[in-house]
Write a protein that binds this ligand. Structure first.
Ligand SMILES: [Mg+2]
Length: 283
């Protein structure tokens, strides 16, 4: 039995790339909450189904760029007001799990038994996240059509340089002349992206948006509601999905998880597990 345990520890050490001593210490860490995310992270990291879904989303987005350019009354932003017919065009993308794939950070969290934000700044500063499948082709297409590209992210301002470096390293369009990367914490911007969308809409006709959270399209206030009311939002905006708004599936994390806890994250892991279990619908 003892040798079996040792074997198990050795395997985990190898997987996590750790020395035996530090790995042995980590064996004592309770990873049971983080391990509930394992299949979601494996889906993102290993399945062609996930990649294919993203490719098809971005292909559909590219096709709608053409439609939007022809129709000057077309706007994708609820914040767009007044006369915008002759404004130059822009698209807005979220960054995490929309442009940059941070599933490696999620994998580290499971292996090491930690939760965001632990390790997040270090991961961001590595500036080494790969691109979400299909996004590069989509952005290059939008760029070739003269559409300005804005990255509106809730990454903290501290990560601005690393995020910019990461995007440029991937060969994605980044027009330095328009300051295309808008971080949380800059210019007193909070988590709600409404004010950033509104600012962009003053100078541009926003023709399309992409994200992995419903707050990448609507206000934080409208989305911070019960599970049932959040589900209703998908119908409320059914005209926008697939034409003006493009959602990347993120099974790993998001505001949807917060809704399971009535939008107040529990103070204990046991409570989180209990609320998750209670949210399952067996009927
Ligand atoms: Mg995101």
């Amino acid at each position: 039995m003892k040798s079996l345990n040792m074997k198990k520890i050795l395997i985990i050490c190898m997987v996590a790339g750790l020395g035996l001593q530090s790995c042995s210490d980590r064996e004592k860490v309770d990873r049971s909450l983080q391990e509930q995310s394992m299949l979601a992270v494996l889906f993102a990291q290993t399945s062609p189904e996930y990649a294919a879904n993203n490719i098809q989303t971005y292909k559909m987005a590219a096709a709608n760029i053409d439609k939007a350019l022809k129709d000057k009354s077309w706007t994708a932003a609820l914040e767009q007001k007044g006369n915008f017919d002759n404004k130059p065009t822009a698209i807005i993308l979220d960054v995490d799990e929309t442009v940059l794939d941070n599933s490696a950070f999620q994998a580290r969290a499971i292996i090491n038994g930690f939760s965001y934000p632990t390790g997040w700044i270090e991961w961001g500063n590595e500036a080494n996240a790969p691109a979400v499948a299909g996004v590069k082709e989509f952005l290059n297409y939008a760029d070739s059509k003269g559409v300005s590209i804005f990255y509106v992210t809730n990454r903290v301002a501290e990560l601005k340089k690393a995020t910019k470096d990461n995007i440029i390293k991937l060969g994605l369009p980044f027009d330095q002349s328009i300051n295309p990367l808008m971080m949380k914490g800059e210019n007193s911007w909070g988590s709600d992206k409404t004010s950033r969308r509104q600012l962009i809409s003053e100078d541009y006709r926003i023709i399309l948006m992409a994200g992995d959270q419903i707050t990448d399209f609507i206000s934080l206030e409208e989305s911070a509601v019960s599970i049932q009311k959040r589900l209703e939002l998908s119908n409320k905006y059914s005209e926008e999905w697939g034409t003006k708004w493009f959602m990347i599936t993120n099974p790993m994390y998001g505001k949807w998880e917060g809704a399971i806890y009535n939008n107040v994250y529990p103070s204990s892991q046991d409570k989180a597990k209990q609320l998750r279990l209670q949210a399952l619908d067996p009927k």
